[in-house]
Design a protein around this ligand. Sequence first.
Ligand SMILES: NC(=O)c1ccc[n+]([C@@H]2O[C@H](COP(=O)([O-])OP(=O)(O)OC[C@H]3O[C@@H](n4cnc5c(N)ncnc54)[C@H](OP(=O)(O)O)[C@@H]3O)[C@@H](O)[C@H]2O)c1
Length: 294
Amino acid sequence: MTHMNTFKLNNGIAMPSVGLGVFQSSPEDTVQAVTAALAAGYRLIDTAAAYQNEAQVGEGIRKSGVARNAIFVETKLWMTDYGYDEALHAFDRSMGKLGIEKLDLYLLHWPMPTQFERTVQAWRAAERLLAEGRTRAIGVSNFSLQNLDDLIARSGVVPAVNQIELHPYFAQRELRAAHQRLGIVTQAWSPIGGIARYSATAGKDPLNDPVVKDLATIYGKTPAQIILRWHLEHGVAVVPKSVRPERIEENFAVFDFRLTSEAVAGIDLLDIGARGGPPPESVDDHSFPIKIED
Ligand SMILES: NC(=O)c1ccc[n+]([C@@H]2O[C@H](COP(=O)([O-])OP(=O)(O)OC[C@H]3O[C@@H](n4cnc5c(N)ncnc54)[C@H](OP(=O)(O)O)[C@@H]3O)[C@@H](O)[C@H]2O)c1
């Protein structure tokens, strides 16, 4: 069994390549999902203020018995809290809920292009939190190349990570190449195509794709493991979500095999540009009915 690899962020911090996602994990499920993941060997948990389960992530971490400094915790700033003072306040709130002193990675959840000034102010707050050592790295989520260029042009710190929708049916080839050029680590959300199964416009499910299923048979792995390995072969970090201990384990058992370049290329060909989530340029703080309580 080879060990989980890490990615080096642009400020030298190491980030585990595989983490547990907890979007849509209920508060009760979140505690046991986090403890199951940490017991299975995961060392990264991806939450967000908007997921309303930061407190349960913190509880799971404490219950796990794994040392806090061995775990990479990331959370996200929600758009209603964009702006400088608002973001600083929201960070304190998230840390209070998580019950931790220092964060590993703080992400701006969406770019909010229609109110980009507030996004930039939120980023300046994140830069301050980084400078003060309250978070070890800062990054963004759902940013297009244009959004990244606009942010970088107006700020001093290049995001360490861009967490984006990415799975075999939406492979984001150009944005990944841009990340590489800019030194930004790509972290895939819905890495096994979860959005294709739960979104209002649910589409084709990559776990049922014949190419993926054939590779699963050939390698003696599951379709989820094949897809997660495909991300890793591309140098992409992943945060698959599950609340089921057996799937949590399955999604982490991806370090004892490699895909051939032919197998990777075969999955690359499945890209049909099928975005499952909302187009980031249309998202703003009125797009989702989420209110974050103190
Ligand atoms: N930044 C953003 O805007 C954004 C947006 C969406 C998601 N995310 C992050 O990305 C994480 C993952 O994304 P996601 O939840 O959308 O999708 P995903 O991880 O691709 O898929 C999760 C779905 O697949 C099921 N599942 C998990 N493992 C499986 C397996 N081995 N075989 C079959 N089914 C399996 C899960 O159900 P069970 O739980 O029942 O196993 C769940 O319904 C989120 O939890 C969140 O942390 C970020």
